[in-house]
Design a protein around this ligand. Structure first.
Ligand SMILES: [Zn+2]
Length: 675
């Protein structure tokens, strides 16, 4: 091949490749397969190697140029790089809108451009005569690190802007968000796991880590991506609104997020925010909110910025049920069935408006799977459960001071050896008389889901067991007012009240009674189903496991557990003693269908007058409903108490029915149809 012919071919290939890059990254509409694209790249690379004089640093084959750096150069930003004010509160966004209208002296609604807030790393980019010249991190906002070499490895970042649709000024400055697509992030961590390297906690951390790599050759394997979101000096180019500025960048071949929308006013903008709260999970990258920017750029200019934040926009962040914190200590707790479970004691952290200090680690296997250690930085999730859980350990944040967490060999309360059943994950204290188990059993027996014995709290149960006054739940009913009055923090009056509460609890419904007994695998719902099928306790006790397992929703596990419970001599003795003490369960009256809330999703917020949120949640679950932590398109009801926070406003805006505790109680007793 002659040199001239080669030159023509090389130029044509570079144009074709740039065009395909653009279709792929900017228009989201690839017209050739990845294999065909790789073929074009290989052809170009081969020609460049054969004709070195045709080489060009901006060729698509040269995403990586130069040697590893010793350190990053610090460069001043041409304009301060501020981040927008952000909030979790829809009300605050509306206040921002009101304030801004006042400042601008506008009577009518303000138009906004609403963009997804990509959870990545903001960078400043500069193009000179259409060529990518400089890329800086935010740094302290005044100056940032020169990460040009790493940015060049991002395939969606054009090294040369396209002048086809719009002329390119001498110098273009813009802001963009560099992010890790979820799939690329998962692949990166998989490779690192295989290589025995520390894992990145989340795509954002991985993006930050990649931009700070001193060797750009490593960055090129990571497949970062980016979206341009702000064009500086747009008014100087005759562009009057932010949406048009985004379009201009797209015309130059810069990737702009396709989900940008214009909103005619704050109501429309907030409606978009609501939509994304659930839709965002379907995106192939992480987002942590939406950004509302005033559409008209003249407004940007007249509003300017405070010393910290621009006045022309606000970020509305999604509520998240996760947070990062540190494990200070692990407590091994003995449950009422003897299971010994690890609970992480945490550096206090706020999630959804509450302070979280403890999170469950479930069991020793889970600790091993997570490789959780004392002092580890962890992500915890509140979810719909009662106790938040540790979902992730940030091994990359280890300092060397973290210490492994072995399961204890002996019960932390009674010092008996712990056992592990074959095939089970829990370790168990099998001492029938373990005080920790007894205390838990009594508390469960007296709880609101059980016999609802008012005044029998944890401090009292401690004393009753520690003083040897109670050895099983039947002993509770033999306690005299005089005995109770001698206990700490108990006067004659509280003793009399407790005595009366014990008397009042002698006729529980069979459903409550079964639940109170604490039979393994029998929660409130199963207890109710069993009580409906067997109105008399004696019939249930005599039922064989096959008959039990044939009941709706009662599987073989529950059936076997119930059968085993009633077959044990210890249980039969206890039931006989309870009967002697005058505890006679009564058959239940059907109030509502047990699964009257099946298929419905509830979110709870604020403080309810009588129930804790957990209790309310248990009642919902017992009726077959579901409890979620955050509002979404699937939420059917918001249950709101005192100080409901931003969820109430969001639910109202989204038209989700809101109930107070009374409304919830009605729903629980009647079912949603109202009959
Ligand atoms: Zn024990």
């Amino acid at each position: 091949m002659q040199r001239n012919e080669a030159r023509r071919k090389v130029e044509q290939l570079r144009r074709t490749i740039r065009e395909h890059n653009r279709r792929y990254y900017v228009d989201n509409a690839a017209t050739i397969s990845d294999g065909e694209f790789d073929g074009l790249m290989a052809e170009l690379a081969a020609l460049e190697e054969r004709f070195p004089q045709l080489d060009d640093p901006e060729s698509p084959t040269h995403r990586v140029g130069g040697e590893p750096l010793a350190a990053f150069r610090t460069v001043a930003h041409s304009r301060p790089m501020l981040s927008l004010q952000n909030t979790y509160s829809a009300e605050e966004v509306r206040r921002f809108d009101e304030r801004t209208r006042r400042l601008l002296g506008e009577e009518g609604p303000l138009a906004y451009v609403v963009e997804l807030k990509i959870d990545g790393i903001a960078v400043a980019l500069r193009y000179e005569r259409g060529h990518f010249a400089l890329g800086l991190t935010r740094g302290d906002g005044t100056q940032g690190d020169d990460v040009t070499a790493n940015l060049r490895t991002i395939r969606s970042l054009p090294l040369v802007l396209s002048a086809e649709a719009a002329p390119i000024p001498e110098r273009v400055e813009l802001r963009a968000e560099v992010y890790f697509p979820r799939a690329a992030f998962a692949a990166l961590n998989a490779r690192r796991r295989e290589a025995g390297l520390g894992l990145f906690a989340n795509p954002r951390n991985a993006a930050a880590g990649t931009l700070k790599l001193l060797d750009p050759r490593l960055a090129t394997e990571r497949h970062l991506a980016l979206f341009a979101y702000q064009l500086l000096d747009a008014p100087e180019l005759g562009i009057e609104n932010h949406g048009a500025a985004l379009e201009r960048m797209r015309a130059w071949g810069l990737p702009v997020n396709p989900h940008v929308r214009r909103a005619a006013g704050i109501d429309e903008a907030m409606a978009l925010c609501e939509q994304w709260e659930s839709r965002r999970r379907d995106l192939p990258y992480d987002t942590d909110g939406l950004v509302l920017k005033l559409a008209r750029l003249t407004w940007h200019a007249s509003l300017g910025a405070t010393s910290k934040v621009p006045r022309w926009g606000i970020a509305y962040k999604f509520e998240t049920d996760r947070a990062q914190t540190r494990i200070l200590r692990v407590d091994w707790q003995v449950g009422r069935t003897g299971a010994v479970t690890p609970v992480a004691v945490l550096e206090p952290v706020q999630i959804l408006g509450t302070t979280v200090k403890r999170a469950t680690l479930h069991n020793a296997d889970e600790i091993a799977r997570l490789d959780a250690r004392l002092g580890d930085r962890v992500t915890i999730e509140k979810g719909g459960e009662i106790i938040p859980k540790v979902v992730e350990v940030h091994r990359e944040a280890r300092t060397g001071e973290q210490r492994p967490l072995g399961p204890p060999q002996r019960c932390p309360v009674c010092s008996e050896r712990l056992e592990r059943e074959a095939g089970a994950v829990a370790i168990r204290c099998v001492n029938e008389h373990c005080p920790a188990q007894l205390k838990r059993r009594i508390l469960h027996f007296a709880s609101r889901g059980g016999l609802e014995i008012e005044g029998l709290g944890a401090a009292l149960v401690e004393q009753l067991v520690d003083h040897g006054m109670v050895h099983d739940v039947a002993d509770l009913f033999a306690l005299t007012t005089e005995e109770l009055a001698r206990l700490e923090r108990m006067g004659p009056r509280s003793a009399a009240n407790l005595r009366a509460a014990l008397e009042a609890s002698r006729r529980p419904s069979l459903a409550r009674y079964l639940h109170a007994l604490g039979i393994r695998h029998v929660g409130a719902r199963a207890a109710r189903l069993l009580a409906e099928a067997y109105p008399l306790l004696h019939d249930l006790a005599a039922a064989d496991p096959e008959a039990l397992a044939s009941l709706p929703e009662i599987g073989p596990t529950i059936a076997a557990s119930v059968h085993r419970y009633f077959a044990r001599p210890e249980s039969r003795q206890l039931l006989a003693r309870l009967e002697q003490a005058g505890i006679i369960p009564r058959p239940i009256a059907k109030t509502a269908e047990p699964s009257s809330l099946a298929g419905l999703t509830f979110v709870l917020t604020g403080t309810l007058p009588n129930w804790s949120r957990e209790e309310a949640g248990q009642h919902i679950i017992a009726r077959g409903g579901r409890v979620a932590a955050t509002l979404s398109g699937k939420t059917n009801y918001l249950i709101a108490g005192e100080n409901p926070g931003s969820k109430l406003a969001k639910a109202e805006a989204a038209g989700i029915p809101v109930l107070d505790e009374t409304g919830l109680r009605d729903l629980l007793s009647r079912g949603p149809s109202g009959d």
